[in-house]
Design a protein. Structure first.
Length: 275
């Protein structure tokens, strides 16, 4: 008969903190390990499918729920280890089982996160460039609804995420200016749609001084969209590489969940809707 062994509270705490329920497996609680492994991705899925993720408060609730589950599991595993009597180890209470369990959880969770746009309907992005200033600043983090355009087309003036037509491995974020069939005229600081000057309160005067070389007239083909950056004098957009096919539309832009720049955390931008 196997010799009874006492489980270490420190090790149980550390293994549980790593995630994936390994700490509970170490304690001989395989059902608890499985429950924790399922709980974390399930919270993400429920938050996305119920559209909680698409409002700032809901995003905070989902993030808080994940933190609470994680912290509770760490505390619980530590308490169990402290009060648990020495007992013979189960067959699965081996280091190589813990390692395999953790690697499997990490792989599956990473696959879920990397494909959350397709599987869960949401994704988060960081703005790397100045092309959408002042609407989006470098260091802004925003939430995108990646299922939004499965049932509708974007409106004129809407900020969207799309797959760059010249390289679909890249995702861009810009504003829809021209709809299918529109004629767009760009002349200096002015943009005309079907002969009518477009009112653009989202473009700051200092970003539309007409310095761009992208002047001209553009006809938007059927099933495609003409997009521009709000930083009109410093944006690589449809004026230079053409229109965006409807199939390349990836998702809407909802709100900023975080913003961090050279000056530090920009709290005044957190929770701001992108319009």
């Amino acid at each position: 008969m196997a010799e009874p062994k006492k489980r270490s509270a420190v090790l149980a705490c550390l293994l549980t903190a790593l995630g994936g329920g390994v700490g509970f497996l170490y304690l001989g609680k395989w059902r608890w390990a499985l429950a924790l492994t399922i709980a974390l991705p399930l919270v993400l899925a429920i938050g996305a499918w119920t559209k909680l993720m698409f409002v700032p408060l809901g995003f905070g609730v989902v993030a808080l729920a994940l933190i609470v589950i994680w912290l509770t599991s760490v505390v619980l595993a530590t308490r169990i280890a402290r009060h648990q009597e020495a007992a013979p180890l189960q067959r699965y209470q081996r280091w190589y089982v813990y390692l395999g369990f953790y690697l499997a959880f990490s792989l599956l969770f990473n696959i879920l996160l990397e494909n959350r746009g397709r599987l869960l309907g949401y994704e988060t992005f960081r703005v790397p460039s100045r092309s959408m200033m002042e609407t989006l600043l470098p260091g802004d983090y925003f939430v995108s609804n990646s299922w939004e355009f499965n049932s509708r087309v974007p409106k004129r003036g809407e900020v969207v995420v799309f797959l760059f037509p010249k390289d679909t491995s890249l995702k861009y974020v810009q504003r829809v200016i021209g709809l299918p069939g529109d004629t767009i005229q760009v002349q200096g600081a002015d943009v005309r749609v079907n002969g009518i000057t477009l009112e653009e309160p989202y473009v700051k005067a200092e970003n539309r001084r007409g310095l761009s070389i992208g002047n001209g007239e553009f006809k938007v083909p059927a099933g495609e969209f003409f997009v521009l950056g709000d930083n009109r004098d410093n944006s690589n957009d449809s004026r230079f590489w053409g229109t965006v096919p409807a199939a390349n539309l990836y998702g809407s832009v909802e709100y900023l969940w975080m913003s961090y720049g050279a000056e530090g955390l920009r709290l005044e931008r957190v929770g701001k809707w992108v319009r």
